[in-house]
Design a protein around this ligand. Structure first.
Ligand code: SF4
Length: 300
């Protein structure tokens, strides 16, 4: 595909970033390119849709750089940068001004927040992408929470295996695995993304002993067909990554052109369930602001 990337227009409102690997993948895959290239349709307004659907700018939930929506888990903002700014990102309007934990004092305040709430057992290291940080910084976050006896799981939420797989080195994977509590949540949205490099990155994590799960986003024009989804789930299983969730797009500004109608999502969920065994079948869900859990599409 020789067509040059068009990074004008929507990129003024929602910034464009893409590393060399992501650009090269976009040149080979139209499905991936649609996740990377700014699109004028991002500027379309939608009724009752804003830039912060989950109230992450609301300071009453958590502390600086830490957000809590559910009783047993918290999210820690480790960075506001990514290897690529996905055009469908939930935080696309938030990242530039997001509270990011940087100093020892800020990290200690997050640790204290967790310690004061013994029901918290799962800490998500998110952003942005935590793996834009150097290994020692990543491990500083991991150890700070993994060292707490109440914490069972430190979730590394990263798109690096898909968009910059060389970042997921064997030595990083072994350091992460050594603490015994790290799980990786990755994001692949199309089988084109399961390249030899991405497979090697996931193998580094899995071989080190880290459970790896995939959270896919259902995106119109990218993966909203039975074939695209089944190809993706099967490819993920081949590299030992568990398809975990398929999310409908969040109610956030700038993603209207990616939305898949609920009835179509329900039909895709039903058809996939008939075609693939449970271990390869993710749950199709919607993250509804204020809901106590992720809502399965069949309940909509
Ligand atoms: S990697 Fe994650 S946080 Fe970064 S732009 Fe993509 S979806 Fe958003």
């Amino acid at each position: 595909m020789d067509r040059p990337l068009n990074i004008s227009g929507a990129a003024e409102r929602f910034p464009f970033v893409a590393c060399a690997y992501a650009r090269a993948l976009a040149a080979r895959s139209e499905a991936f390119r649609r996740q990377l290239e700014p699109d004028e349709r991002e500027l379309e307004e939608e009724e009752n849709v804003g830039h912060d659907p989950f109230g992450e700018e609301d300071e009453s939930s958590g502390c600086f750089g830490l957000k809590q929506r559910f009783p047993d888990r918290v999210l820690v903002m480790t960075s506001n940068a990514c290897f690529m700014n996905c055009r469908h990102c939930t935080r696309k309007g938030l990242l530039r001004h997001a509270e990011v934990v940087r100093t020892e004092e800020e990290l200690s305040a997050c640790v204290n927040y967790v310690q004061e709430r013994p029901e918290v057992r799962d800490v998500l290291l998110s952003g942005g992408d935590p793996l834009v940080l150097p290994d020692e910084e990543v491990m500083r976050f991991v150890r700070a929470f993994a060292d707490l006896p109440q914490v069972d799981v430190v979730r590394l939420c990263t798109r690096a295996p898909c968009v910059n797989p060389a970042r997921v080195t064997r030595s990083l994977a072994e350091s992460l695995a050594a603490c015994g509590k790290v799980w990786a949540n990755v994001q692949f949205n199309h089988a084109d993304e399961i390249t030899p490099e991405a497979s090697a990155a996931c193998a580094n994590l899995v071989n080190a002993g880290i459970p790896v799960s995939c959270q896919t986003v259902l995106l119109a024009g990218v993966n909203d067909s039975e074939k695209a989804l089944l190809d993706l789930f099967r490819a993920l299983q081949r590299i030992r990554v568990r398809p975990y969730y398929v999310f409908l797009c969040d109610p956030v500004a700038g993603v209207a052109h990616f939305r898949v109608p609920v009835e179509k999502a329900k039909r895709l969920a039903r058809v996939c369930a008939e075609r693939i065994g449970g271990l390869g079948l993710p749950r199709f869900v919607v993250d509804i602001p204020g809901a106590a859990r992720k809502t399965p599409v069949e309940l909509l």
